[in-house]
Design a protein around this ligand. Structure first.
Ligand SMILES: *Cc1c(COP(=O)(O)O)cnc(C)c1O
Length: 492
């Protein structure tokens, strides 16, 4: 098509739904921005969650049989309606849930830019700006965690699970380089992974994905504070070695999902150094706290790990999906993922081609939302956000104690697990079901969102200060909801 034709009437009408003319694009972008802003404005007044009727959603969907095209205006309106109506609003200031905060606004814009420019991050030469921006973020975060910026490497992932998967593959490939070609079946023993009983269950899926099998994950008991018990770990590793197995990796958690517990990182680093084990820290949630001077001491020891997972879509409030695996030595990433394809563009000296350093091949520019948020909010802004959520968590703990709840977890992070002895006594062995009923009742009322959990073997209600927009008034609303649920549980 000639330039004239492209600029002419025919050009702008060709595939107009795929690429509307400029005037329509501007109108649609403006319309979408209005919808986004209206949602953000009305959000605090919306219920956090509401009853959903599956049939209603299916009926609504039936209008889209993809037979004949629907005007894009209508499609946008319909989808915004669906997302507003049939969604747990985890971005709500009264969502005290599972590490899914509101999106830092620069990240929302970043995702729009990324979708439009659509850079391809398989190789450096196709997307120099995008690749250099990501490596800049990796060096900054690496240095913040205490790694040498000239050696550190990183891979942007879809989240904590893929980052952990990357870390496990790296550990496997550095301890058993022969298995890269020959597979784990070539080894003369069963490679074993050690993590606490409180570790994230993604590890089980990962062990399967690596060909190790889920049974390769040893769930090490925890101490009274729910931290991985280091002396038990030592005993288990020794016993497994004597039995002919191949211990190769310890996964420490910095901020467990249920209770926000931070494993004893320094002592685990000592064990791994003495026993020649790879140390991976799953800091999917808690790693974000490294940006706060006040909180960083709680993560002491991360600098001695071989690799660390951080989920930017958790406490750094990037829109999903954004995880990062940071590796002390990027040569470990290279060893694990190096590959060549005749159809791939040549590498550029002095740069990194992500497809040779990570699980993914074609990849979205995940790092931009992290970069733009860090740039626009600043390190100090993030520190202030972390510190204020930590303070609000402390406030919730003391309000709960004042109301007679027991706090059953120990963490400096704003994850608060509470139980009530009279509920425990009345429910006996059914305590998990009792707390789960209470959580469901609270969620059904729609004013706040909490979940039930197990802190070790102790059933509890779990509330995490997830949103940087939450304040003391929101915490009071939560305390009142907890009170009502307890009265109902004890009254029934
Ligand atoms: C959330 C979480 C994960 C999994 O991360 P996704 O982003 O959900 O894939 C892994 N480990 C911990 C400790 C987590 O909290």
């Amino acid at each position: 098509m000639s330039a004239e034709a492209a600029a002419g009437a025919e050009g702008s009408e060709r595939f107009a739904a795929l690429m509307p003319p400029s005037s329509a694009r501007r109108r649609l972008l403006a319309k979408s921005s209005s919808l986004v802003d209206e949602f953000l404005e009305e959000l605090p007044g919306l219920p956090v969650s509401s009853d959903v009727d599956l049939r209603e959603i299916r009926q609504w969907l039936a209008q889209f049989d993809f037979g004949s095209p629907v005007p894009v205006d209508d499609v946008i309106d319909a989808c915004a309606h669906a997302l507003r109506r049939w969604n747990v609003h985890n971005t709500h200031p009264r969502y005290f849930g599972l590490f899914n905060p509101p999106s830092a606004f620069p990240g929302v814009i970043a995702d729009l830019l990324v979708a439009a420019f659509n850079p391809q991050l398989a190789v450096w030469s196709q997307a120099p700006a995008a690749n250099e921006i990501e490596q800049h973020v990796v060096r900054f975060l690496g240095a913040t965690f205490g790694y040498a910026p000239d050696a550190v490497g990183g891979a942007f992932t879809t989240g904590g699970s893929e980052a952990n998967f990357t870390g496990v593959l790296v550990a496997l490939s550095s301890r058993f380089p022969g298995a890269i070609e020959e597979g784990v079946r070539s080894l003369d023993g069963q490679p074993l992974i050690y993590a606490s009983q409180e570790a994230h269950h993604s590890l089980l899926k990962i062990a399967h994905q690596c060909g190790l099998g889920r049974a390769a994950v040893r769930a090490v008991p925890t101490d009274a504070s729910l931290r991985l018990d280091v002396s038990r770990l030592r005993e288990w590793v020794e016993a497994d070695r004597r039995a002919g197995h191949l211990p190769f990796l310890v996964v420490a958690t910095a901020g467990t999902t249920s209770t926000g517990t931070i494993d004893p990182l320094e002592r685990l680093a000592d064990v791994c150094a003495a026993d020649d084990l790879h140390l991976h820290v799953d800091a999917a949630y808690g790693g974000a706290a490294v940006l706060s001077e006040a909180m960083r001491p709680h993560l002491l020891g991360v600098a001695r790990a071989d690799s660390v997972t951080v989920d930017a879509h958790k406490w750094w409030a990037a829109p999903m999906a954004a995880g990062i695996l940071i590796c002390r030595d990027r040569a470990d990433l290279r060893r694990t993922f190096d590959i060549a394809g005749s159809y791939m563009p040549a590498s550029t000296p002095g740069t990194i081609d992500p497809y040779t350093h990570s699980v993914q091949w074609s990849r979205r520019f995940t790092g931009l939302k992290v970069f733009m948020s860090l740039a626009a909010v600043g390190r100090g802004g993030y520190a202030a956000m972390i510190d204020s959520q930590v303070r609000l968590g402390d406030h919730l703990r003391s309000r709960a104690r004042e109301r007679g709840w027991q706090v059953v977890n120990e963490t400096p992070l704003p994850v608060v697990c509470i139980a009530d002895p009279s509920i425990d006594e009345r429910a006996g062995d059914d305590a998990p079901a009792a707390y789960s009923r209470m959580a469901r009742e609270i969620v059904r009322r729609g004013n706040v969102w909490v979940s039930s959990a197990l802190a070790g073997s102790r059933a509890c209600l779990r509330a995490c200060i997830t949103s940087f927009m939450s304040d003391e008034e929101d915490v009071e609303a939560l305390v009142a909801e907890l009170e009502t649920a307890r009265e109902n549980a004890l009254g029934s």
